[in-house]
Design a protein around this ligand. Structure first.
Ligand code: ZN
Length: 196
């Protein structure tokens, strides 16, 4: 004897919900973050903006190592890849980091404004950086899956609509997040809009 039609429907619904897994984010305490070294401005999350690291993805290194070295770079006066020097920032400039293996870590706490090397006001932006130079490489399948889950979760949690999901390029003169990631972000936003 089969299950009643209503139970089958319920099972089908449950399967749909669980297949869209929530993004798993490694917290600051889990990767051993140090405290911010300067004061930070508070913010309310209003949009999601995607970046790339602009350096080639590094396979075979743990996300803990990546986060601790990114924090050390961020909190010091450091030389940028293009030869300019940046002053010390309070903390990692981005709120989330997605590594080549699809692991996600928390960067700057989401309630504080991020930092940037370009001329735009990042207030209200939840910034996600994806590891790689997507002018030259293509994002890994793991990165894209993680990005999609994270964007969906953030959009739901903070009530951010699809038309406020974008990339660094929308706000500043930059190639960031690279031509091979740009379209993927548009696709994720369009899919979210369609499934609302
Ligand atoms: Zn950027």
């Amino acid at each position: 004897m089969g299950l009643p039609r209503s139970s089958l429907l319920l099972l089908a619904l449950l399967a749909t919900v669980s297949s869209a897994g929530a993004a798993e984010v490694m917290s600051r305490s889990e990767w051993g973050a140090r405290k911010p070294v300067l004061a930070m401005e508070k913010q309310t999350p209003r949009r999601i903006t995607v970046h790339h690291t602009a350096t080639r993805g590094k396979h075979g290194f743990s996300i803990v190592k990546k986060m601790t070295s990114l924090q050390a770079f961020s909190q010091a006066r450091s030389k940028l890849a293009d030869g300019r020097t940046k002053e010390a920032w309070a903390d990692i400039p981005y709120h989330f980091y997605i590594a080549v293996d699809g692991k996600i870590a928390e960067g700057r706490p989401i309630g504080f404004v991020g930092d940037t090397n370009t001329k735009y006001d990042p207030t209200g932006h939840v910034t996600i950086v994806v590891e790689g130079n997507f002018e030259k490489e293509t994002p890994t399948a793991e990165e894209l899956a993680a990005l999609k889950d994270l964007i969906r979760d953030l959009s739901r949690q903070y009530g951010i609509p699809a038309d406020r999901i974008g990339t660094h390029k929308d706000f500043a003169q930059t190639a960031c997040p690279g031509k091979n990631l740009e379209g993927e972000v548009r696709r994720i936003a369009a899919e979210l809009a369609a499934n609302r």
